[in-house]
Design a protein around this ligand. Structure first.
Ligand code: CO
Length: 134
């Protein structure tokens, strides 16, 4: 059911400094920063030939990723995002398999303007999984 790895997301304390690590130290192509208030984050995409890295900085102390930084003060890998062809069909299949969908279970529009859902890490080997409709 799942397709390509769309991105790996890393939560960071300082988006400007973290962008420089990827743009300068690692020599990657990096997008302009984008604020996503409905997700509580400011985001930069690192564009690699086969996938993307999403750098996430919390927009406020209430942001869901602010709690992650409390537990992981140096930041770290936050989630992986897999592409699916039909997000509602994927959700219904996962629920029938007993997987838990976070939030109200309805897709939200993600950073690429496409519908996304998050799945409970306890059901997926301790990893927060995002699904994005390709
Ligand atoms: Co993501």
């Amino acid at each position: 059911m799942i397709g390509r790895l769309n991105h790996v997301a890393i939560v960071v304390r300082d988006l400007t400094a973290s962008t420089a690590v990827y743009a300068q130290t690692l020599g990657a192509k990096v997008s302009a920063p984008q604020s996503l208030p409905e997700h509580g984050v400011k985001v930069v995409f690192v564009e690699l030939p086969n996938t993307k890295i999403e750098l996430l900085e919390p927009l406020s102390p209430q942001s869901p990723v602010a709690k992650f930084l409390e537990r992981n003060p140096d930041g770290g890998i936050h989630h992986v995002c897999y592409e699916v062809d039909d997000i509602l069909a994927a959700r219904d299949r996962l629920k029938s398999e007993g997987a838990r969908v976070l939030g109200d279970g309805e897709p939200k529009i993600g950073a690429h303007g496409k519908p996304v859902l998050f799945l409970h890490p306890k059901d997926f080997l301790g990893t927060l999984v995002e699904l994005e409709q390709a």
